[in-house]
Design a binder for this molecule. Structure first.
Ligand code: SAM
Length: 222
């Protein structure tokens, strides 16, 4: 999906997003929030925060930043922040693939139903790992491509309409984990028929540094 297509779709969705995607995806959001533990002063980044549907769940002893590419979705989040007086939360328009935060800015990241929406999920995850502290937690909930043949067929058809739907249906979990070298701490099926997956990832930055050192050493040896 191109970024312009994403912006167009979510501009269209914004007025009725909560009505259509609120309840149906809520089990995954709630399970993520239950899995997270919040220390006093924790800095949390919610990527693709949308209408801010989860923002009321973060405790006031944390500080929360939400980013999204869609100003129309964020307008709804701003209204929620004002209505609910969420003084510990701010939101801003930002492309998750090119974040403007310094390295190691956040203790935890929450990425709900976004990794199969962005044009380049690898760039999103590179940025997520960069702005998250060493050994911080990155939580992801998403639909990943089904294993059974019938669903695979349906998803391949849905993918032809990805620009209109605003997400990719046939998004491979093993490929996502491998490509991003994710250290998975836990994995749980959520939402209707367990058709979505909640992941807790530990942000092990050393591994990457060690990997590149090892690669460099291997090159010298060869
Ligand atoms: C399916 S909605 C999920 C919204 C919310 N997280 C939820 O739980 O319902 C996907 C969101 O990701 C946002 N998004 C898509 N691409 C993005 C990008 N490159 N950078 C930031 N946000 C993006 C969309 O604008 C939209 O609000």
């Amino acid at each position: 999906m191109k970024l312009d297509a994403v912006k167009k779709v979510y501009k269209r969705y914004a007025p009725y997003y909560d009505t259509v995607f609120g309840k149906i995806l809520d089990h995954g959001r709630q399970e993520m929030l239950k899995t997270m533990s919040f220390e006093k002063g924790d800095k949390i980044l919610e990527v693709g925060v949308g209408t801010g549907i989860s923002l009321t769940n973060y405790p006031t002893h944390t500080s929360v930043v939400g980013i999204d590419i869609s100003p129309e979705m964020l307008q709804k989040a701003q209204e929620r922040i004002a209505d609910q007086q969420l003084g510990h939360v701010t939101v801003q328009v930002m492309d998750a693939q090119f974040m403007s935060f310094p390295d190691n800015s956040f203790d935890q990241l929450a990425i709900m139903y976004v990794v199969s929406v962005v044009p380049n999920p690898k760039k999103l995850m590179d940025e997520a790992k960069r702005v998250c502290k060493q050994n911080g937690s990155i939580y992801i909930v998403n639909h990943f491509g089904a294993q059974n043949r019938v669903m695979k067929f349906i998803e391949s058809k849905l993918d032809k309409m990805a620009d209109k739907l605003g997400f990719q249906a046939a998004f491979s979990l093993p490929k996502f984990i491998e490509e991003n070298q994710l250290e998975i701490i836990s994995k749980k099926a959520v939402n209707l028929l367990g058709y979505w997956t909640l992941l807790k990832v530990q942000n092990v930055k050393k591994l990457e540094a060690e990997t590149s050192r090892t690669n460099a050493r291997n090159k010298t040896v060869n």
